[in-house]
Design a protein around this ligand. Structure first.
Ligand SMILES: NC(=O)c1ccc[n+]([C@@H]2O[C@H](COP(=O)([O-])OP(=O)(O)OC[C@H]3O[C@@H](n4cnc5c(N)ncnc54)[C@H](OP(=O)(O)O)[C@@H]3O)[C@@H](O)[C@H]2O)c1
Length: 310
């Protein structure tokens, strides 16, 4: 693969990785855990440009337009978001700026160039009161500022007829901070038992599985709303036990508690049952993502050689 720098006065740090004649993809949030995986997956057969907030702040309309005009992409992918769910409670304006106005700016840029947009949203748009998993036709009712602002972003993106909107859940991979890495770090670093909540159920999603599916979707022409998450669901406590067991440690070290029993109460409410079923994805003829347990095994296999750096 060749990489070349697009050096101009506005974007000295931006580069495209890949060869000159192929489809150009701009990944906003390219420094995040999903963004890094997307850049790696798209770089196989696309010219790919990764942008963090330093390269382009998506809340800034002019910055988005200049970046897009300067680089002339064929596809925009938005993995940028304010993802600290508790911090969003104290920074409402910022959360809506990044999670709702940011996607609006990307829609405006994509529309101007007449190109496709892939946007990523969250299971936290649901209230978690459903008895079973949520599909794409269930009504959102977010409980938190994060969830409301991400729903705002969805509303912006759904106005664009060339958009792929994907809700995912409980992301984990070998880059960035995530629950699975935190659990593994604790299991390796200490002998102590630790508490994990059992009253939050979701569909853990191994980031590379999602990134491959997003690339597949992005060339399909099947625009619209999809759920894309690891197949199945589990509580946080069961997820932690699976990670620990797969790494050869004792899963009994996980002490299941309810959210109310936590000594430090989180700022934001979380949905209790936010499992996703990928009904629209299956009906569109795509293969489901692997079961979440397979993702855990692949994660542990990938991260084990690096355990001291987890
Ligand atoms: N993490 C999960 O469990 C989870 C679950 C469901 C859905 N999602 C969704 O999945 C997507 C990716 O999440 P993630 O976990 O990969 O996020 P992440 O690791 O927190 O990365 C967030 C990315 O957004 C960028 N960013 C933040 N503010 C920005 C701004 N104003 N302008 C431009 N870029 C900005 C960050 O850039 P800097 O590095 O420069 O700050 C970073 O690259 C998000 O849409 C999130 O809502 C995540």
């Amino acid at each position: 693969m060749c990489a070349f720098l697009v050096c101009n006065e506005f974007f000295p740090r931006i580069f495209f990785a890949g060869e000159g004649s192929r489809v150009k993809v701009m990944v906003f949030g390219g420094t995040g855990q999903l963004g890094q995986s997307l850049v790696s997956v798209f770089s196989d057969d696309h010219e790919t440009c990764a942008l963090g907030s330093t390269e382009c702040d998506i809340t800034d309309y002019e910055a988005v337009m200049s970046a897009v005009y300067a680089l002339g992409p064929d596809l925009l992918v938005n993995a940028a978001a304010m993802t600290d769910v508790d911090a969003c409670e104290d920074a409402v304006e910022r959360a809506f700026a990044v999670n709702a106005i940011g996607p609006r700016n990307l829609v405006l840029a994509a529309r101007r160039l007449g190109i496709d947009l892939v946007h990523v949203s969250t299971d936290y748009v649901f209230d978690g009161e459903s008895a079973g998993p949520y599909d794409e036709w269930d009504a959102p009712r977010p409980l938190s500022v994060y969830g409301r602002s991400k729903l705002g972003g969805e509303q912006e993106v759904l106005r664009y007829e060339r958009a792929y909107l994907v809700r995912t859940a409980v992301l984990y991979g070998t880059c960035g901070d995530n629950f699975a890495r935190t659990v593994l770090r604790r299991a390796v670093a200490t002998e102590e038992n630790f508490q994990v909540v059992e009253d939050q159920v979701g569909s853990p999603t191994f980031v590379p599985h999602l990134a491959f599916a997003l690339r597949q979707l992005s060339v399909s022409g099947k625009y619209g709303l999809y759920h894309l998450a690891g197949t199945g669901s589990c509580s946080r406590a069961d997820f932690a036990r699976a990670v620990i067991a797969a790494s050869g440690h004792d899963p009994a070290r996980v002490m299941a508690v309810t959210t109310n029993q936590l000594s430090l109460q989180p700022r934001a409410l979380r949905p209790k049952q936010a499992a996703l079923t990928c009904r629209a994805w299956r009906l569109a003829g795509f293969s489901p993502l692997p079961p979440w347990q397979q993702g855990v095994q692949e994660f542990v296999d990938e991260v084990s050689p690096l355990l001291s750096r987890v």
